[in-house]
Design a protein around this ligand. Sequence first.
Ligand code: SF4
Length: 100
Amino acid sequence: MFTQAAKLLSVSRDAKTIKGEKVGILTGVLYLAPHTLAGYQVCPSATEGCMAACLYTAGQGRYSNVQTARLNRTRWFFEGRESFMATLVVDILRLVRKAN
Ligand code: SF4
C-alpha cells in the first residue's frame, strides 16, 4: 500500500512554497488529510465550525488525486509509522541539501 519511493514533502509544487522561494526561503510542506477523513483523528481540537470551513479542499486540494494522496499519506503515518518517519527524514535531508 505504501512505497518507500514516495516523497512526503511538497517542495516547489504549490503556490505557497513557490512564493517563499521568491524571497530566498525554501519550504517543504507535509500535507495530510484533516480531522477524521482518513479514519484517524488528526485534529483533536477541531470544531464543527473549523471542519466545515477547513481549507482541505482549497487550491490543489480540490483535485481528487491530491485528496487521495493526502488520505494515503495520513494512513501511512498511522499504519506504517516506522517507514513513514524514515521516508520523512530522507525528504528533510534532501530538502536541507537543496537549501544549502
Ligand atoms: S481547520 Fe480544523 S479540521 Fe481543518 S486542519 Fe485546522 S483544525 Fe483540522
